[in-house]
Design a binder for this molecule. Structure first.
Ligand code: PEP
Length: 255
């Protein structure tokens, strides 16, 4: 990452894991590992753990995120949670457009864009996930896919709003598979995403926006991935559920 321009963000995506007592236990274990972090540390927990997590991180440098929010303020949307509801319980971040939401729950770039605008209106910090499928990479259209997702997901934002967004570059083929993009592949994609943001907005916005890498990042490969100038941290699934591993990734982002 370029530390002169940006601060790394290490965010754990717990997905559908951990009961409330387990969530408290994991946060207690992360606390000492994050205490001297030179990066922002976020835990994105299931909805049922949000209050527990907000309470547990009080007085620490750990921030709490949710994993989705709806785009309407309220109404007949059974099973959904609004951005204002998240804000009310003290949540700061929200993951949007994760590939698992796109794959299993019909999330589209259009709904990601709507959710993003709702999150910004509620003053949440969005972590917007984009990334290509394996066959899209094999067909040589990674840049087209990333460009299209940026243009659609960030459509209609002001430069100031864009600066408040975190982009997580998550090649879908690397999520939960144990297959990590090489550091060079991650750098190339993150740099390309930044170039698209520069064209859509301006170079100051592109320099300011955080672009994380996500996809089987772990205690062993984090340092190399994070050494790349355009990789500003990570969105971490599996390895964020083990405090020692998450701690090693925080350490790698803090040097
Ligand atoms: C994720 O859930 O965003 C993710 C990157 O998962 P994993 O680290 O397990 O690949």
């Amino acid at each position: 990452m370029n530390k002169n321009l940006r601060k790394a963000i290490i965010a754990g995506n717990w997905k559908m894991n951990k009961t409330r007592p387990e969530a408290k236990e994991l946060i207690e274990a992360i606390k000492p590992l994050a205490a001297n972090a030179g990066c922002e540390v976020v835990v994105c927990v299931p909805f049922t753990n949000l209050e527990t997590a907000v309470e547990a991180v009080k007085g620490t440098n750990i921030h709490v995120g949710a994993q989705n929010c709806h785009f309407e303020k309220s109404g007949a949307f059974t099973g959904e949670i609004s951005a204002d509801m998240l804000k009310e319980v003290g949540v700061e971040y929200v993951v949007l457009g994760h590939s698992e939401r796109r794959q299993y729950f019909g999330e589209t770039d259009e709904t990601v864009n709507k959710r993003l605008k709702a999150a910004l209106a509620a003053e949440l910090k969005p972590i917007v996930c984009i990334g290509e499928l394996l066959w899209e990479r094999e067909c040589g259209i990674t840049e087209e896919v990333l460009g299209k997702q940026c243009k659609l997901d960030f459509y209609g934002l002001t430069a100031d709003e864009m600066k408040k967004c975190v982009i997580a570059y998550e090649p879908v083929w690397a999520i939960g598979t144990g297959k990590t993009a090489t550091a060079d592949q991650a750098e190339e994609a993150c740099a390309y995403i930044r170039s698209v943001i520069a064209k859509m907005f301006d170079s100051a916005t592109a320099d300011a926006v955080t672009v994380q890498y996500g996809g089987s990042m772990n205690a062993k490969n984090a340092a190399e991935l994070l050494s790349k100038v355009n990789v500003d941290g990570g969105l971490i699934g599996g390895a964020s559920l083990k405090a020692p591993d998450f701690g090693e990734i925080i350490k790698a982002a803090s040097v």
